[in-house]
Write a new protein. Structure first.
Length: 341
């Protein structure tokens, strides 16, 4: 674009659309600034495209509604929803709520975006919005329930997440619903036994609705169940193998951590390591750290030394807890040093 070209609105809209397709979001606002300087009027399509660009260039979202007011263009529900999403993803809930307060009518997509924006940090505000939907003439859908369950669950309130889940009928849960319930179990601050029971409920419902849990979901469920008893974690792990879902290194790390606290810990830990070798999963930093700490607690100093040296050779990072234990045992047993450099 040069100063001599006095384009029309349609041409500028096409250019802005092309720039978004090309991933040049910042340049869309350069075109918009040029339009204002050249006296080319921006229309609804212009601002719809600019709203999409705000998902990347969030700093320009602050002034977009003002620019629309100056141009005499009324924001559409789509524009409101995109701005709420932009502010939500950038953790600016206060600005997302200001956009919400300017709205005269509401639709399911916009409210879902706002509840998602609340996340775990403002999950109670998200619950309030969820409860206010019938009064706004909006019926919650499965995405609404998923957004509320994710926020409440990630806030550590597992029982509340499951209570909301029971209110879904006649809406059927989808894979995302169960995934967020599994994550709620994994991060729950509530009783380990109750959380483990809820993890089993998630598996039962996955089977009832013919949904195949992913590796991520199994990791969360194993983590929740194993926090109560390692046998429960191993039970879910066995089910995972039976239905053909392959475990990853995170699952083995969780199993090692839980088995290391069991009565037959030596046999169980070695069995888990044998499974890793059989499946072909390579240990990562977390697995090495778990092994070093387990061997030290169990008094297997030689194995701890061997594992720690292998860890150093592979340039794996020892976490502060491992380094503290290594230092502690080194001071007790100077004849079998474990180097911490």
């Amino acid at each position: 674009i040069n100063a001599e070209y006095m384009g029309d609105q349609e041409g500028c809209d096409l250019l802005i659309s092309s720039l978004i397709t090309a991933g040049r979001h910042e340049d869309t606002f350069r075109v918009f600034d040029w339009m204002k300087a050249a006296g080319v009027r921006a229309g609804p399509k212009t601002f719809t495209q600019l709203a999409k660009a705000c998902l990347v260039v969030v700093s320009r979202a602050d002034t977009l509604l003002k620019e629309m007011a100056i141009a005499g263009v009324k924001p559409s529900q789509f524009v409101y929803g995109v701005l709420i999403k932009a502010f939500g993803e950038s953790k600016q809930l206060d600005k997302a709520l200001k956009v919400y307060e300017q709205m005269e009518t509401f639709d399911i997509d916009t409210l879902n975006q706002l509840i998602l924006a609340c996340g775990a940090r403002w999950s109670k505000r998200g619950q309030h919005l969820f409860r206010s939907m019938p009064g706004l003439g909006v019926t919650p859908d499965v995405r609404t329930y998923n957004a509320v369950i994710s926020g409440v669950g990630l806030d550590g309130r597992c029982s509340e997440a499951f209570e909301i889940y029971t209110q879904m009928e006649p809406i059927k849960p989808n894979m995302e619903t169960l995934r967020w319930l599994a994550r709620a179990c994994a991060v729950s601050a509530e009783s380990p036994s109750k959380t483990a029971d809820r993890a089993m409920i998630v598996l039962e419902h996955a089977k009832a609705f013919k949904l195949l849990p992913s590796t991520d979901m199994f990791h969360d469920l194993i983590k929740a169940a194993a926090r109560h008893r390692h046998e429960r974690g191993l039970s879910i792990y066995s089910l995972m193998l039976r239905i053909g879902v392959m475990p990853d290194v995170r699952i083995f790390g969780t199993l090692i951590r839980s088995c290391a606290a069991g009565r037959a810990r030596g046999r169980l830990v070695e069995a888990v390591l044998a499974q890793m070798r059989e499946i072909g999963v390579k240990p990562d930093d977390s697995v090495f750290n778990e092994l070093v700490r387990y061997y030290l607690r169990a008094g297997h100093i030689d194995k701890a030394r061997e594992t720690y040296r292998k860890m150093q050779k592979l340039q794996m990072k020892a976490d502060p807890s491992t380094l503290a234990m290594v230092s502690k045992f080194t001071s007790r047993i100077p004849s079998t040093p474990l180097h911490t450099s």
